[in-house]
Design a protein around this ligand. Structure first.
Ligand SMILES: Nc1nc2c(ncn2[C@@H]2O[C@H](COP(=O)(O)OP(=O)(O)O)[C@@H](O)[C@H]2O)c(=O)[nH]1
Ligand SMILES: [Mg+2]
Length: 347
C-alpha cells in the first residue's frame, strides 16, 4: 500500500555520495579556478546526494496526520507512530544541516584563492557530513524494519460499505463469504498483521459491498486474546460498525450452541462500536434433539437494538442468502456512521 524505497544504511548513503562526487570533472586551463570549481562541485554533489536520499526516505512515509483511523491504529500496532515520527524528524533535521554545511563550504571555497584551503574545506565538509550520517545509523536500521512491517498492511479498498464476519470455527464463515460474493473479483485476500483477511464482494444498485472474513480473530472469546489480537480486532472495528455473527445450531462445526452464544455475548461486550446481524447457518441440516434454539432468542433479546436482524439460512445451498443481502443493503443505507466513508480509495 505504501511504496517505501529500500532504506539505505549510513555507509551505503555515503558510498553513493562519494561515488557521485568522484565522477565530477572540471576543465579549466587555470589551475586555481579549476581547483575551486572542482572542490565546490564535489561538495555540491556529495552533500546533494545525502540531502536527496534523506529527503526521499522522509517523503516516502505517509503523512500520519492525514491517515484514516483504521491505518493509524494498524500502524501503531506494528510500530509506535510517535517513534517513527521522531526518526523522520531527525532525518529531516540532518538533511537541513547538510544543506547549511554545503552552502557555507561552497561560499568559503569561493572566497579563497588558496587551493590547499579549498581542499581542506572540502575535506572538513565531507567529514562533518559523514559523521552526521553515521549518527543516523540506528534510525536508518529502525526505519528499514518499519518498512518491512508496512508491507504487512492491508490495502483493502475500504471505501465500500463493509461488513465483517464473526463466529466459531467451522460454522461456515468462509463458505458464506464465498457464496454471497458475485462481483468481480469474487474474493480477494489481503495480508493483515499476522493473518490474511479474505474479502468477498457483491454489487447492488451500483454500490459494491464488501464482506470481510477474519480468520482466527473473531472466533474466540476476548479474554483469551493477546494484546496484538485485541488491537487487531479493534482495528477491524474501524473498518465498519456492522458485523455478521454466524451460528451453527446443528453442531456440525463440532461445538455446541451454548459456547457459540457466549462468544456472541463476549464480542458484543468487548466491541461496543459494532452491531450484528445474527445468522443461524446450515438450515439445510436438522438440528439435533436436545438443542434448545430458544437460547438464540434469549441472546437476540438481550442484544436489543444491537441485533440488527436475525436470519436463518444455508450458506452451502444458498437458501436465505438473498434475504441476507437485502438485509445488509437496508442496514447499510440506514447506517448513519458509515465508517468506510472516512476512507480514501488511495493514499
Ligand atoms: N450442510 C452445510 N454445511 C455447511 C454450510 N455452510 C458451511 N458448511 C460446511 O461447514 C464446514 C466449515 O465451513 P467453513 O466455511 O470453512 O467454516 P469457517 O471455519 O467458519 O470458515 C465446511 O465443510 C462447509 O462446507 C451450510 O449451510 N450447510
Ligand atoms: Mg474459514
Amino acid at each position: 500500500m505504501f511504496k517505501i524505497p529500500t532504506i539505505l544504511r549510513s555507509q551505503e548513503i555515503l558510498n553513493k555520495a562519494n561515488n557521485r562526487s568522484m565522477k565530477v570533472q572540471i576543465t579549466d586551463p587555470d589551475f586555481r579556478f579549476r581547483m575551486q570549481k572542482l572542490n565546490k562541485s564535489k561538495v555540491d554533489s556529495f552533500a546533494g546526494i545525502v540531502e536527496s536520499t534523506l529527503e526521499k526516505f522522509v517523503k516516502a512515509f505517509p503523512s500520519f496526520d492525514n491517515l484514516p483511523p483504521f491505518y493509524i491504529s494498524l500502524i501503531d500496532l506494528l510500530t509506535p507512530i510517535g517513534e517513527v515520527k521522531r526518526i523522520l524528524g531527525r532525518l529531516d533535521g540532518t538533511k537541513k544541516q547538510v544543506g547549511i554545511i554545503k552552502t557555507k563550504t561552497i561560499r568559503q571555497i569561493t572566497r579563497t584563492s588558496k587551493p590547499e584551503y579549498m581542499d581542506l574545506k572540502r575535506k572538513e565538509a565531507f567529514g562533518r557530513i559523514s559523521s552526521m550520517v553515521y549518527d543516523l545509523e540506528e534510525d536508518l536500521l529502525y526505519l528499514g524494519e518499519v518498512r518491512e512491517k508496512f508491507k504487512e498492511l492491508p490495502s483493502i479498498p475500504t471505501k465500500h460499505p463493509t461488513i465483517v464476519v464473526a463466529g466459531y470455527p467451522s460454522v461456515g464463515k468462509s463458505q458464506l463469504v464465498r457464496e454471497i460474493s458475485t462481483a468481480d473479483p469474487k474474493v480477494a485476500s489481503y495480508p493483515f498483521t499476522t493473518q490474511e483477511l479474505t474479502v468477498g464482494y457483491f454489487d447492488v444498485n451500483r454500490t459494491r459491498y464488501q464482506i470481510v472474513d477474519t480468520p482466527g480473530l473473531l472466533d474466540r472469546s476476548f479474554d483469551k486474546r493477546n494484546m496484538i489480537e485485541k488491537q487487531a480486532i479493534l482495528a477491524l472495528t474501524l473498518l465498519t460498525n456492522v458485523g455478521v455473527f454466524v451460528l451453527d445450531p446443528t453442531g456440525h462445526c463440532g461445538f455446541p450452541l451454548a459456547p457459540q452464544l457466549e462468544l456472541l455475548v463476549s464480542i458484543i461486550e468487548s466491541v461496543p462500536d459494532m452491531d450484528f446481524i445474527v445468522l443461524s447457518n446450515k438450515s439445510d441440516l436438522d438440528i439435533p434433539e436436545g438443542v434448545d434454539t430458544s437460547e438464540i432468542d434469549d441472546v437476540v433479546k438481550l442484544m436489543g437494538s444491537r441485533c440488527l436482524s436475525y436470519l436463518e439460512l444455508s450458506a452451502s445451498s444458498g437458501d436465505g442468502l438473498d434475504s441476507l443481502k437485502r438485509s445488509i443493503v437496508t442496514i447499510m443505507m440506514k447506517n448513519e456512521e458509515k465508517p468506510w466513508e472516512n476512507f480514501e480509495s488511495e493514499f
